[in-house]
Design a protein around this ligand. Structure first.
Ligand SMILES: Nc1nc2c(ncn2[C@@H]2O[C@H](COP(=O)(O)OP(=O)(O)OP(=O)(O)O)[C@@H](O)[C@H]2O)c(=O)[nH]1
Length: 367
């Protein structure tokens, strides 16, 4: 249920029982109530004087005068004060009476009437009422008991006003706390998001979007451990683009970049979700192929790679070295990388020798 759907009395959890308890707390008896009720005609006769004098005294205090602000507000307040004085001597201090007192605390908090100003106003009002009672009730015993009853009722009222005033303060603090909790939560989420972005950035090669070499050894170590537990083979492929320097020198560095990006995309497309693709650096790439033997790596993976190259860019020449480790004995990550690199280099040399031989043959045939 929304706060605005509850009355102030409900919000403050003040029941008939609670009102009776509070009356008991101040020894506000039915005899007191009777005495106040009996004084009603006397107060009614003097009400204009009481309210007028009350505001004369109140507006002499600069702080209060400033708070009241203008003649219309003063008139509205005087009207409310008149009603309060009448209520004080109504003899009816029920739920509605309590609700009106509770509302005062709320309004005071809202418009910034400090407790000291409220208490001084109550003191002024009580002095004026006491004066009227003293001047007009001849019977000494009745006069003393009426003054006493009025004092008890005004204390009863003050507690109600303070209850809502304090509750308003607490609510304000709770709202601020909620706001700052929300702010802290938002901040935490932003930091988490930013940390994730930074982590992804720290793991990614900016040109190709593949993983960078920083995490190669760690990834390889955990893949090898998992493979060891499951007795599965792992293949490691080391790839180097051929003659990238020539491309850079003849077509420009940007063309070289395009080749690297295109090749990285090709690797990504042909790899499975469980494969990890790295740009090792420069024009070198590595792929970890878990649960894959070298026959599959060469017959299936390499074939898919070549098909995709054909499909995408036509031609890019590369050298590749694929080393299988496991499922029984496993090389350590450094050795695996080293062997794959060696094999790639050997294949590159072989290809160069083959190319040179075919160029010599071509030249001879031309002659
Ligand atoms: N465009 C471009 N070129 C790069 C980048 N990183 C490295 N290179 C170039 O790639 C070339 C790699 O050199 P090598 O692998 O020694 O030589 P290569 O020309 O590929 O010849 P082989 O490897 O012997 O086939 C160098 O010329 C580097 O400048 C890059 O991010 N962008």
């Amino acid at each position: 249920m929304k706060q605005t759907e509850k009355t102030l009395i409900e919000q403050m959890k003040i029941s008939e029982f609670e009102i009776a308890q509070r009356k008991l707390l101040f020894s506000l008896t039915s005899e007191d109530i009777m005495l106040l009720k009996v004084s009603k005609p006397l107060i009614d006769r003097n009400i204009d004087f009481i309210v007028k004098r009350f505001y004369e005294l109140q507006t002499e205090i600069p702080e209060i005068s400033l708070l009241i602000g203008d003649a219309d507000t003063l008139q509205r307040l005087a009207h409310a004060q008149r009603k309060y004085v009448v209520d004080l001597f109504s003899g009816l201090y029920d739920i509605e009476y309590v609700n009106n007192r509770l509302r005062i605390g709320l309004v005071h908090k809202r418009i910034g009437v400090e407790p000291k100003l409220y208490l001084s106003a109550i003191y002024t009002l009580k002095s004026l009422l006491n004066q009227v009672i003293r001047d007009n009730i001849q019977d000494q015993e009745q006069r003393v008991r009426t003054l006493n009853a009025l004092e008890k009722l005004m204390y009863f009222d003050i507690t109600l006003v303070f209850d809502t005033y304090i509750r308003s303060l607490v609510t304000e603090i709770e709202i601020e706390k909620e706001k700052s909790d929300q702010y802290a939560q938002d901040l935490e989420e932003k930091i988490k998001e930013r940390t994730n972005q930074l982590e992804v950035m720290s793991r990614t090669d900016p040109l190709t979007g593949l993983l960078n070499v920083r995490h190669l050894t760690d990834t390889l170590t955990s893949v090898l451990r998992a493979a060891q537990r499951r007795s599965e083979p792992v293949c490691f492929a080391y790839i180097d683009i051929n003659d990238l320097k020539k491309v850079n020198d003849t077509k420009g560095h940007q063309s070289g970049d395009e080749i690297l990006k295109n090749f990285a995309e090709t690797i990504r497309i042909v790899s499975r979700a469980e494969d990890s693709c790295f740009r090792y650096g420069g024009d070198e790439f590595c792929i970890i192929l878990p649960n894959c033997g070298s026959a599959n790596a060469i017959e299936i993976y390499k074939k898919r790679l070549e098909d995709e190259i054909q499909k995408r860019s036509g031609f890019v020449s590369y050298s590749i070295g694929v080393i299988q480790t496991g499922p029984q004995d496993f090389l350590d990550p450094e050795e695996l990388i080293h062997q794959a690199d060696d094999l790639m280099y050997h294949q590159k040399e072989q290809a160069k020798i083959k190319l040179q031989a075919s160029e010599v043959l071509e030249l001879r045939q031309k002659k």
